[in-house]
Design a protein around this ligand. Structure first.
Ligand code: ADP
Length: 460
């Protein structure tokens, strides 16, 4: 028995005895000795009546679940003390309930903000709760669709079979059942791909996790295409090389024929070398450190070797005729960035113009600093031009408009992919304007932060 209980019981005994004694004393005063016994009984009865009233009030308040109606401690006695204890217990329980509610709220907020969808379903696969991501993924209306059977909303046969199988060791990947919420921009070209995995818990209850794997699947498809393309690009020159080697080994050839075959073999080997170099460049661009922002190179130093290379290429491709090439530097300036990357991007644009423009055509290269401080490098040619539908795809790896012209002139199909990467790494933009039959203009727009005109750097 606790100390307070002992004290309360002692208090009760003392008050009981005092009530009996007081009542007996009054009765003795009024009726003499014979009033003593009934007086004590009357006192005991009175005490019990008051005590029963206190117990009744406490019970009534507890039955009504009304904490405010509980007797106060000041009302005294065991029942007042008990009421006080109950009140304290209730306060503590209320506090715990509030804390638990707050924790639940935090937990729900965390799940709401999860990039993965969460749906809780009951034994009959009816939706009990879902977060906003799941609602978007599966087109669930959180109010209307409560207790709706999940397979009424997600009807994909693979998912329906999976849900019914009760074997959830792996996920199942399906197209999103309804178009997800869209930006005002319009329709998505591809449906969302969702990974759906169910986890059973607490007996027959289940939780469905949905994850948007569209980007992952696209990346995997791109990787597969890339490997297939690289293998194809390498296999062609390799097959030709192997054929020539066998011919040289097995046929007794005269010196002129031998020399011609060796020349063709060397061309194929060069083609493979260029392809490997471009692939290495792309992988360096993808994994390399960001280009420096404080390493300045004069534009002149980039343009001069590029022009020399272009004239040599023009002479090699159209001997004796070449192209009318003009290189203009309207403003003297410096560019901040990775020199080898900038050189590669600029010479890719110029070599494309030379390779795709027929001999005698006009090619104009121009560098200038725009009034807002951006630097513009442009290559304009009078070549065949490119139809509008190809333009958005030109920077894809191995995308070619004119496959045979690209191969004949030593193209790898990676030039513009490299240019795009270099541009992105330098915060620059690549603009392509072209009209079939009139020519094309490729321009790189470098941000003002990476351009320093002569007026500025000559003062430094
Ligand atoms: P490639 O090595 O085949 O030239 P690129 O990535 O540099 O690869 O270019 C992709 C395609 O864009 C080329 O195959 C060609 O069809 C087209 N193209 C690029 N530049 C020009 C241009 N100046 N004029 C016409 N077509 C061009």
């Amino acid at each position: 028995m606790g100390a307070w209980m002992m004290a309360a019981m002692s208090f009760r005994i003392v008050t009981f005895l005092m009530a009996c004694a007081a009542s007996a004393g009054i009765a003795w005063g009024l009726w003499g000795l014979q009033g003593l016994g009934p007086g004590a009984w009357l006192g005991a009865l009175l005490w019990f009546a008051l005590d029963a009233r206190g117990a009744h009030r406490l019970l009534a308040a507890l039955r009504g679940g009304n904490a405010a109606a509980l007797p106060t401690r000041e009302s005294g006695g065991l029942w007042g003390e008990l009421a006080q204890r109950v009140r304290k217990l209730l306060r503590e329980r209320d506090k715990q309930v509030h804390q638990a509610e707050d924790r639940l709220q935090e937990f729900l907020t965390a799940i709401q903000n999860s990039p993965n969808g969460v749906v809780l379903i009951d034994e009959q696969s009816r939706i009990e709760w879902c977060n906003q991501t799941a609602a978007q993924h599966l087109g669930i209306d959180v109010h209307r669709d409560l207790l709706v059977h999940l397979s009424n909303l997600v009807r994909h046969p693979d998912f329906v079979t999976y849900l019914a199988s009760w074997n959830y060791s792996r996920d199942v990947v399906i197209d999103a059942p309804t178009p997800p919420n869209r930006s005002p921009g319009g329709l998505r070209a591809h449906p969302l791909r969702l990974s759906m995995q169910v986890h059973a818990y607490a007996g027959n209850r289940r939780m469905l996790l949905t994850r948007d794997v569209t980007a992952r699947e696209q990346a995997e498809a791109m990787r597969r295409d890339f490997v297939a393309n690289v293998s194809h690009e390498i296999r062609t020159p390799l097959t030709v090389l192997v054929g020539f080697v066998e011919t040289l080994q097995n046929l007794p050839l005269g010196e002129p024929e031998r020399a011609r075959y060796l020349q063709l073999m060397s061309q194929q080997a060069q083609r493979m070398e260029m392809l490997v170099n471009d692939l290495l460049m792309l992988s360096r661009l993808e994994g390399g450190a960001p280009p420096p922002v404080n390493q300045w190179t004069p534009v002149r130093a980039l343009l001069t070797p590029m022009e020399d290379e272009a004239r040599a290429l023009s002479e090699r491709l159209v001997p004796g005729q070449g192209h009318h090439l003009t290189v203009t530097m309207e403003d003297d300036a410096e560019i901040a960035g990775a020199v080898d990357e900038l050189q590669s991007a600029m010479s890719n644009l110029l070599s494309n113009a030379i390779r795709y423009t027929p001999g005698g055509g006009k090619i104009t290269v121009c560098w200038r600093v725009l009034p807002d401080g951006q630097g513009e490098f442009s290559v304009r040619d009078s070549g065949p031009g490119i139809a509008a539908e190809h333009i958005p795809r030109l920077t894809e790896r191995f995308y070619r408009v004119d496959r045979s012209r690209s191969r004949e002139s030593g193209g790898t199909g990676l030039g513009l992919a490299i240019v795009k990467h270099v541009a992105q790494r330098h915060g620059a933009q690549l603009h392509i304007h072209s009209t079939v039959g009139q020519g094309s203009c490729f321009s790189l727009l470098l941000p003002a932060a990476r351009v320093q005109s002569a007026a500025v750097f000559s003062k430094l």
